[in-house]
Structures are given as C-alpha cells and as structure tokens.
Design a protein around this ligand. Structure first.
Ligand SMILES: *[C@@H]1O[C@H](CO)[C@@H](O)[C@H](O)[C@H]1NC(C)=O
Ligand SMILES: *[C@@H]1O[C@H](CO)[C@@H](O)[C@H](O)[C@H]1NC(C)=O
Ligand SMILES: *[C@@H]1O[C@H](CO)[C@@H](O)[C@H](O)[C@H]1NC(C)=O
Ligand SMILES: *[C@@H]1O[C@H](CO)[C@@H](O)[C@H](O)[C@H]1NC(C)=O
Ligand SMILES: *[C@@H]1O[C@H](CO)[C@@H](O)[C@H](O)[C@H]1NC(C)=O
Ligand SMILES: *[C@@H]1O[C@H](CO)[C@@H](O)[C@H](O)[C@H]1NC(C)=O
Length: 480
C-alpha cells in the first residue's frame, strides 16, 4: 500500500464534524443553545448544511437499494424477508471495510431517527434511559450508546512488552490510564475485537505515565524520548499492518492522563493530524482539538478503591458555601490563594487543611466545591466534587471539559476563568436557591458517568471514554 492521494482520503475535519455532531447535538431541543459556536458560524444555515452532509454520510453504494432509511430491518412481511435475503447475500460479498462501514451507516441512521422520534430502538430492555437537561441531546446519546454496545469493536495492538507497554498505573491521579488499559486488554471486554479486520477502532496500548516513570530522570527534562517512543511504535504497526495507513490514523487512539501526553504529537504533527488523543490535559491553547481529541476526566484512585467516596448529604445539610484544599500548583491556584486562602468563613480555601478537618467530609458538607486548574488544566477535584454531591465551580482557562460532546456542563456546574477569581463569593451568592437545588440534583444525576466499575458498566466513566472514541469514529468513513 502506497500513500493514498488526498482526494481519495475522505476525512475532512469540517465534514467529519457536520456528519455526526450536528445531527447529534443540534436537535430541536438544543437549537437555542450556543453549542460549539467556534465551529458553527450561525444557526440559521444549519439545517441546509446538515441535510447535505447527511446525504453524503449515508452511503447509498454500500447499502442494498431497499434498505429502509432507518437502517432497521422490518421482520414481518414477505417483502421484508426478500430484502433480508438480498442483504444477506450482499453482506457475504462485502469486504471487511465495507461491512464495518455498513454497520456505522446503520448506527448513524438509528441515531438520526432517535433524534427525530425522540425515542430509541433497542433489541433488549434498557436498564438506564438518559433523560433531562444534563444531556445536550439525551435521545442522540442514548441511541448512540445502544449502537456502541452493539457494534463497537476495538483492536488493541499486541506488539511491545511490559513494563513500557501493556501496563499502566491503576491508582493515584493517572489511574485512568491503567484502568482503561486493563479493561480493554484483560480480554474480558465485549468491545475487544477478535481480529483486527473486525475492529472499527485501534488502541495504542501505551501508558505515558508508566513510560515517564521508567525513563524520566529528574531533574532533566524528558527531552524527546516519549514522543519518539510512541512514534516508533506507530511507525512499526503502520508498517506491519494496513490499518494505520488506510485511515491515516483517524481510527487509532491513545488514552493518557499525564501532563506531558499532548507532547506525543509535537515531533511529527503531520503523522498525528487525525490521530485521536484521549487526554486529561485538554488545554485548548496547547493544540487540543475538541473535535478530534477527547477530554477525559482526571480521577484520583486510592489503593484498594475505584474512586473517591460517594457522599449523600442533602442540600440543607451543607453548611459551607464553597470549599477547596490543595497544593499551590500552577498560576490559577496562586491567584486563588492570593484572594481567598484562609480569609473567609464562607469561601473556605486552604493550602493545608487544619488537622481537625476531614477533606472528604468537608466536600460533602459544601454546596460548591472549587476546582481550580493545577499544573495543568484538569483537576481530580471535579470527579471528587461530583462524587460528593457538591456542585463544581471550575476555575480554568482554556479547558475543554470532559465528555462535553454529550454533557451540558452549564446545567450542573459553574465555570469561571481565572480573572473572575476575586468575584467567587459574589457569583456563588447570586445563584438563586432554586437554581442551586436543580444543579445539585443534576450533579447526582451525572455521578454514574464519573464512576469507575470493573468490569465497566454501561454509561460509567470507562464507557463514556469508549463512547467518545465511538463518536469520533462515526465521523469518519474509510475508503473501501
Ligand atoms: C449563512 O447564510 C448567510 C446568508 O445567506 C451567509 O451570508 C453566510 O455566509 C452563511 N454562512 C455559512 C457558514 O454558510
Ligand atoms: C425495492 O425498491 C423498488 C423501488 O426502488 C420497489 O419497486 C420494490 O418493490 C422494492 N422491493 C422490496 C422488496 O421492497
Ligand atoms: C419508545 O420506544 C420504546 C422501545 O422501542 C417503546 O417501548 C416505547 O413505547 C416508546 N415510547 C414512545 C413514547 O413512543
Ligand atoms: C504505510 O505508509 C508508510 C509511509 O508511507 C510506509 O512506510 C508503510 O510501509 C505503509 N504500510 C503498509 C502496511 O504498507
Ligand atoms: C472522613 O470523612 C469521610 C466521609 O464522611 C469518612 O468516610 C472518613 O472515614 C473520614 N475519615 C477520617 C479519617 O475520619
Ligand atoms: C494552557 O496552555 C497555555 C498555553 O500554553 C498555558 O499558558 C497555560 O498555562 C496552560 N494552562 C494550564 C493550567 O497549565
């Protein structure tokens, strides 16, 4: 396989985005919201654009002529039986890529129908049905998750040896790397493909936190070691198998929570142009692209546990207005400390929590939990706050919030930039009680999306990460 010409290559970022994200997130219920405004210049032109791209995205040449627009076989009539027969014969003749793309086309069709009908289609009983304001479009998300369960298959490359490969931390602040890797690589996940030909996404099983642990020698900067290792690995599998080249990496992904993870693509930006990086360090002013990349939550996992404690104080048993305790890491916190450190009874900010105070309990006793950036944009406090039923006040500049393809953070958190730090108390006091109570209820509603289960469960954090990859894969069509 030589290089494919740019015209044959079907991935154009603007189109990618329109194919899925518009139909998914700009459904009637969300039309008035200012969703992803940097990508969508005006709302008025949307319907036309959507219509056109939808036509290009469903692939008439791949589908049997009589395939219903919804991609769901009807089962009762003779005509339908004939159609199924045609489809069966057709499928036998399809290549692997065509078969995969046909499945994805059906998934897109089902999602579009769910948006239209405001309901879902599923072959099994749905234990959980996402509904409510916390979702940008609950119908689209629900159907997309159903389709993912049904069709998503991931190949984890097997090349490489431990400890640099196939191994990651499952505790502390980079734990998500090891938890995700173990979930996929343990062989128990039903998302794991049996053969790469059957996969619609490819996982690069490297934990950058682990690699840094083994090769970084303070005080020297790690230099170009990490990007080189990852790039070597990718070149190796791209040489050995056809999968990387056929998509230029657009169906390949890596999951990393390490601060330096965004640097993997720094040495060879062209190689990584379409590669999906799932990162905690989702700093949009450091080349994080929310359409291609995925913002994943940072979660601090204590030993022997799967996350921070879940606390359930009702809103009227939360005497503290706002709480934060943590190290003086990074410029946002230095501003926070300048204005609020041990200065106010209602906005309680500590660098060191007094001995007689319990950190988790304090979060559970607070109405709002301050979640300022540390050395990088993400902070494990967001997940801690959500687990504690405490409405997060996120204090960040240039942060693309986790899972924002699906979740509407404005409904269950408050986001301020660092220049608003002096006004924290004023802003929180201005939140009407009714609004606060709604927000707090919604925090509890999103808890399941920020919880880790092993094995993973539908709609939990690991599934949300997978779903983010799935959505991006839905945006891409491979040439057959
Ligand atoms: C939207 O429509 C207006 C008026 O027709 C036009 O000037 C503008 O360029 C359009 N924007 C896009 C993104 O097509
Ligand atoms: C297939 O579609 C054609 C027209 O496109 C129609 O005449 C025919 O009856 C359809 N067959 C079935 C089995 O639905
Ligand atoms: C939504 O779909 C489910 C399953 O297909 C069905 O049981 C339910 O009646 C539908 N609800 C509405 C309001 O159509
Ligand atoms: C993929 O492309 C690279 C660079 O063009 C080339 O070196 C490699 O051999 C190709 N891989 C395959 C499997 O053909
Ligand atoms: C701190 O508070 C949490 C939540 O109330 C509780 O589970 C934990 O045992 C407490 N820790 C200590 C050291 O008291
Ligand atoms: C995000 O990136 C910008 C640009 O490099 C940088 O100035 C800023 O410090 C970063 N944010 C954090 C919290 O590290």
């Amino acid at each position: 396989m030589a290089t494919s010409s740019p015209t044959r290559f079907v991935i154009f970022p603007a189109i990618l985005f329109l194919i899925v994200l518009i139909p998914l997130y700009l459904s009637p219920i969300n039309r008035n919201q200012n969703i992803l405004p940097h990508l969508l210049p005006t709302h008025s032109n949307l319907s036309e654009t959507t219509h056109q791209t939808l036509q290009t995205s469903s692939s008439p040449s791949l589908l049997p002529k009589n395939d219903s627009a919804d991609g769901v076989p009807s089962t009762s009539t003779d005509g339908a039986r004939a159609t199924n027969e045609i489809r069966k014969r057709f499928r036998e003749k399809m290549s692997h890529v065509e078969r995969i793309e046909e499945g994805l086309a059906r998934a897109r069709a089902a999602i579009r129908r769910a948006i239209r009908t405001r309901n879902y289609t599923s072959e099994k009983d749905e234990a959980f049905i996402p509904r409510g304001d916390v979702y940008r479009n609950p119908y689209a998300f629900h159907q997309s998750h159903i389709e993912m369960e049904k069709r998503f298959k991931i190949w984890a490359y097997r090349e490489g040896d431990q400890p640099l490969m196939h191994d990651g931390p499952s505790n502390d602040i980079y734990a998500i790397e090891g938890q995700f890797m173990d979930e996929i690589e343990s062989g128990k996940s039903h998302f794991l493909a049996r053969h790469p030909d059957e996969a619609n996404a490819f996982y690069i099983p490297m934990s950058l936190a682990r690699i840094v642990h083994f090769i970084y020698e303070p005080p020297h900067y790690y230099g170009k070691w990490i990007p080189r290792l990852v790039t070597d690995y990718i070149n190796f599998v791209a040489d050995k198998y056809p999968y990387w080249n056929r998509s230029k990496g657009a169906d390949h992904f890596l999951v990393s929570c390490h601060d330096w993870a965004p640097d993997v693509s720094a040495l060879k930006p062209d190689l990584y142009k379409h590669f999906i990086r799932a990162l905690c360090n989702a700093n949009t002013s450091e080349r994080f692209h929310p359409i291609r990349d995925i913002s994943i939550p940072e979660i601090n996992i204590p030993r022997g546990k799967l996350g921070p404690p879940h606390l359930d104080q009702p809103p009227n048993k939360r005497p503290i207005l706002a709480f934060f305790a943590g190290g003086a890491h990074g410029y946002v916190r230095s501003v926070l400390f300048k204005y609020w450190k041990e200065k106010d009874d209602e906005v309680q900010v500590f660098e060191r929590l007094p001995r007689n105070r319990n950190y988790s309990k304090s979060m559970g006793d607070s109405k709002f939990c301050l979640c300022p950036s540390g050395y990088e944009v993400a902070s494990p406090r967001i997940v801690e706050a959500i687990a504690a039923g405490c409405v997060p006040m996120i204090i960040c500049d240039h942060y693309s919030l986790p899972f924002s393809d699906v979740l509407d953070w404005s409904k269950f958190s408050i986001y301020i930039t660092s220049d608003k730090i002096p006004e924290i108390k004023k802003i929180l006091k201005a939140v009407p009680t009714e609004t606060y109570l709604e927000m707090q209820k919604r925090v509890k509603q999103v808890q399941r999306h920020f919880a880790i289960n092993r094995p993973a469960k539908p709609y939990d954090m690991l599934h949300m990460i997978l779903h983010s990859v799935w959505l991006r894969r839905l945006n891409v069509r491979l040439p057959s």
